[in-house]
Structure formats: structure tokens, C-alpha cells
Design a protein around this ligand. Sequence first.
Ligand code: SF4
Length: 365
Amino acid sequence: MFSEYIPSINIDYYKSLWAAASKTEIQNILYKNKISIDEFAVLLSPISLEMLKDIAYIAREKTIKKFGYNIGLYTPLYLSNYCVNACSYCSFNCNARIIRKHLTIEEVEKECKEIKKEGFDNILLVSGEDHEKVNINYLIDAVKIAKKYFSYVAIEVYPLEEKDYKILRDAGLDGVTLYQETYNREVYKIYHKGPKANYSYRLDTMDRAARGGIKRLNIASLFGLNDWREEAIYLAHHINYLRKNYWNVDLALSFPRIRPNSLGFKPLYPITDKELVLLIASFRLLDDSLSLVLSTRESESFRNGMIKICVNNISAGSKTNPGGHLEDDSDGQFVIADNRTSRQIYEYLRSIGYEPVWKDWEKVL
Ligand code: SF4
């Protein structure tokens, strides 16, 4: 389990690598076909920001070689904004005074129909942690309904047991998205109250999902909660660990940055645009088959730029409130920065010579 592996990661060692990095060392790394986590740490160095164009160029070459000019498209379908946790950065926090909504299975089906009309074949079912309304039976029904309309169905809900992942896989579930938020145990404690405060149980979620037969796993840190370089090292180890232990699972990495929310939470460790470009591009150099995902938390111009560098999967036409594709009668999780419709994104991708892929890209290639 990853919770048994993580104590072996010595962050101070990696800090010494990025603190001592030189431009020559970075240049040498750029010539390599495959890089180690030590070399990845060197790439994260502050001095790399002065070589960002070179790094982005290599990241683009690797991305085109592996994925061609294909960009996978998905959209989230929020099932419920009820939550028993009190995460300090989230609008769905149980103490937040927001308009709550939980979709019935009939409403889930209506949303699916509406989303399908836009062309999507890849859906992410999202919910806060609510064991009464969003229990395993509800999730089974929601996955089965979604599977009638979409060939790829993933969930982003609370951590489940291995047996539950097996049941959901049998109901048609293809993927699990779950962000650790921060891999630093002490920092994690500061932000999380409620069942989610169980750091180790969350950390081992992807082990349980992989053992439960889920074929695609998507991990992330929530950037802004902790030093982004430290989180990048943990993520790199988590990716390597999952590849080594569950070789037949496809892996994806997202890069959520904290967005304005109803709580007015301000990130203690903000990451700049340039640093985020460096971070995402460095992951492409570390692992060229990793799916790199960028959601509508980021602006139109930032996403347009990253598509041309190394991102190969994006959300589109997103709503962050339950039932938001049909009605606007509940509150969302965060403010969306890229408000283009899915059709506008589709047309933009075609205009720059990219192929929007509505289906799961791996099934297409
Ligand atoms: S981040 Fe997730 S668990 Fe935490 S309050 Fe928001 S919805 Fe609930």
C-alpha cells in the first residue's frame, strides 16, 4: 500500500537537488530519453524557469509523438453537493451556507441525456461525501444509468473499499479520480475535518481501486495547500509506485489550483502560471504515457497554451453544481475560469489543427 511506501520519500534530499541545480545540468537532462525522479527534481528548480521555452519544447515533442494531435474531452456531472466533511478550501464544506441539491436517479438520467446531446462520450460523476444519499447502491444505479449514454464512466467521490470498487466495476465503472489534496501528513491535518481527516485511508484509495479492477486512475494534489515542488515529488513517486504495482492500469494526473469559492479561502502556497507550466511540462518529461489533465479551473488562455505544449485531456462545458447542465438552482463547488461551451472548445481545437476526441482517447488510438 502507498501509505507504507511514502515514509521512504526524503523531501529534504530532493530540496537539495533543486536548490543546487545548474543550467548545464538541466540542459543535459533535456537531451535524455528517460529521466529519473532525481532528474525530475532538478527540472523543478527555480533556475528552470529561465529555460522554460526549452523544457516546453521537449514536452511538446514527446506529447505529439505519443498522443498525436488528439485532445480527450470529458465533462463532470455533479450528483450532490451535500458533504459531511469540513475541508477549509471547499464550498461544499458541511458548515458552508449554500443551496444544497442531490440528484435523484431520474435527474441523473436527464443530465446524461442533455450532456450526450453535446457530443460527450466520457463522463465524470462527482459528489461530496454523503454516505446516506450517495451510498453504494445509489452509485451503482448512477454508474449503470451513465453507462447507457457514455462508453467511459468515471467517479470522483469519497474513498471506497476494494469490494465496492469491484461492484462498481461490474456495474460499468471505468475510472476513479481522487485527489490526495496534499501528501504532507502534517499539512493535511490542518485543512481536513470529518472522515476525510483519515490521511492514510485516502492515500491507499488507488491501491484499493486498482485491486478492485478499475482500469484508469487519476490522481492530483490541490495546488495552493502546500509547496508545489514537494507535492510534485510525492506525485511522481505515487505514479511510479502505481505503475510498478499495477502495470495494467492507465494513469492520469490533474493539476487543480485553488479557485475562488464561497468560503473566501486564500491559498497559503500559491503557484504562478509560469511555475504551473514548468510543473506540467516536467511531468511529461518524466512519463510520456501519462495522461495530463487540465480542467476549467484554468482560464481559456492558459488552457489554450497548455494544449499546445503537453496537456492531452481537458474538461469542457463544465458546471460544478448538481444538475447544472439543465438547471441553476444550487450552488457550485468553485468558480469556473474557462466558460466556453463544449462546442466552442471543439471549434477552437479544430482551428489549431487538433482533433477533439469525445471518446476515451486510448480506445481510439
Ligand atoms: S473537498 Fe470534497 S470532501 Fe471536502 S468539503 Fe469539498 S466535497 Fe466535501
